[in-house]
Design a protein around this ligand. Structure first.
Ligand code: PBG
Length: 338
């Protein structure tokens, strides 16, 4: 990606960059980055029940799907050329607890969804989020002991959660919790239990962000974990980027195959540095609040939806992303096909 800068031999008027831009054919010919459906990962929220799509306030056009509808949509995604979906269970509040035991229930919603999609749509890659927030009453990604999220207790729980997903047939474990040492602990447990082929996509540089708001509504997270300081003791400070490189280095050394930077648009510099430094498969998450802003701007008539979506996604690629998680994946894939 980084090349020596080319200094033109002469200046204007011999050098006129606009010559190349004058015709569609020459603009196409020199295009440096291309976006295709193969770059997209579609995050989906799953609920219990049958034949129900439950809308999410704050995410216009996105619904939580029962497993039967999820299968229909997963087939549509495959048909559009989308390689993978990321599953997020919206579990019933009655199944939440302080210790998040539901996270490793072999018959829990997530594990059932994994088995059902794997059986019905074998061609799609399945990514499982590993963090405790869909299962805890307080909404934190880990186990709370006293007045703080306890790292090592949390890692022990995350290992159980990852194994339950692996057992159900997940292709990619994606820890999004930001506890220290969790990649190593999960990798070791996967190896010991016969899951040496399970990929780990680490949310390595995950920031403590205000852009996760609508995601909270989607999962029904009601605790204090989303306050201004809620997750700041484990998610990264938006002011930092050297620290992101350290986080990625640690996760790769512990056995992550792929890494992610999250959120997306406000962190393209971090994405660029990570890809330049490590040159491993690197993903960006165009998160719920970013999607919501885009939809709101479109609904107000301020911006052109299709155009700004494709511009956003190519921006991720230009910055170094190998793939992009976006709630607009199906919409984008349809645009790219058309
Ligand atoms: C779980 C998790 C979150 C998101 C993905 N996994 C929320 C959080 O960390 O608070 C956010 C995704 C989005 O906003 O689209 N830990």
């Amino acid at each position: 990606m980084s090349r020596p800068s080319v200094i033109p031999p002469t200046g204007f008027p011999f050098t006129r960059p606009r010559r190349t831009r004058m015709a569609g054919w020459s603009r196409r010919l020199v295009q440096e980055n291309r976006l295709s459906a193969a770059d997209l990962i579609w995050p989906v929220f799953v609920i219990d029940g049958e034949n129900e799509a439950r809308p999410i306030s704050g995410l216009p056009g996105v619904s939580r799907l029962t497993i039967d509808l999820l299968i229909v949509e997963a087939k549509r995604a495959v048909g559009l050329g989308i390689p993978a979906i990321a599953l997020f269970p919206a579990v019933d509040p009655s199944r939440k607890s302080d210790e998040a035991e539901e996270a490793w229930n072999p018959d829990g919603l997530m594990q059932r969804a994994i088995r059902a999609v794997k059986a019905a749509v074998p061609d799609i890659g399945l990514i499982g989020d590993v963090a405790l927030d869909p299962y805890t009453l307080h909404g934190h990604d880990g186990i709370v002991v006293g007045d703080r999220v306890d790292n090592d207790e949390s890692v022990a729980a995350l290992v159980k959660m990852a194994l339950a997903q692996a057992e159900a047939g997940i292709d990619v474990i994606a820890p999004s919790d930001m506890m220290d040492g969790r990649i190593g602990a999960i990798r070791e447990a996967l190896e010991e239990n016969g899951y040496s082929q399970t990929l780990i996509l680490s949310y390595a540089a995950k920031y403590s962000s205000g852009f996760y708001g609508p995601f909270r509504d989607a999962l029904g997270v009601t605790g204090a974990s989303y306050g201004p300081q809620g997750k700041a003791t484990y998610q990264m400070d938006p002011a930092n980027s050297d620290e992101a490189l350290q986080e990625v280095a640690i996760d790769l050394s512990e056995g992550a195959d792929w890494v992610m930077v999250k959120p997306g648009m406000p962190y393209l510099d971090v994405l660029y540095r990570v890809k330049e430094t490590f040159a491993v498969p690197t993903f960006a998450y165009h998160v719920s609040g970013e999607y919501a802003m885009w939809k709101a701007g479109v609904a107000a008539g301020y911006i052109d939806g299709n155009r700004t979506l494709l511009e956003t996604l190519i921006g991720f690629k230009r910055a170094g992303a190998d793939g992009i998680l976006t709630y607009a994946a199906l919409e984008a894939a349809e645009l790219l096909r058309g």
